[in-house]
Design a protein around this ligand. Sequence first.
Ligand code: F6R
Length: 241
Amino acid sequence: MKIIVTKNYDDMSRKVANIIGAQVILKPESILGLATGSTPIGAYKELIASYNNGDLDFSKISTVNLDEYKGLTRDNDQSYYYFMNENLFKHVNIDISKTNVPDGTQTDAKQECENYNNIISNLGSIDMQLLGLGNNGHIGFNEPSDEFKTSTFCVDLAQSTIDSNARFFESIDDVPKQAYTMGIGNIMSASKVLVAVSGEAKADILKAVLTGPVTPQVPASILQFHPDVTFVVDEAAYSKM
Ligand code: F6R
């Protein structure tokens, strides 16, 4: 495990983008696993800037996102499909047909999980998976639980996740209660994992993830077992270490 401690959010974002950018340069046909949420927005801005400078070419890149709210249509501005378009895809030369986000409108959960697992396995292995860290230790939407899930599943979101994500919705009642998410097994199968963590609010959970026991009650703790994981954290997130 590598831990890179950065000064602040902007410094973290530049370093995350530099690592992803290096991956894109070294392997132009990379399969990138992507995350949403507030943490990666700065890194996506940096990637767009590098594309505009002529340093990055996304034309051969494929992407697969971690998760999507169940019940939100792709044109809903809170859907993760919408997020990815607004924050990255529409600003770079990625082939949109090579991007993948679970279909939140699919009501048949078994079918959608099977579809998404097929998409992931047909792509081959994910070269680099970007993750944020939930306040409760979740990665993707793998909430604290009694077991690690191997593949894509439909999850009942934890109340703490609903509360935390309410900031993006008009009212807490609008926050979806379920989501489709890659399982821990999908995430652990990525060749490289890159975890971005920012802010003092994540300091306690980051310490538990890095130094605590590996347990499905702190889902990200499983990353201690990943052979090639890099945490890029800012000083505030690292303050309890
Ligand atoms: C997003 C995702 C989540 C977030 C996590 C942190 O696709 O899978 O695990 O990475 O909830 O969210 P932020 O970055 O908003 O603190």
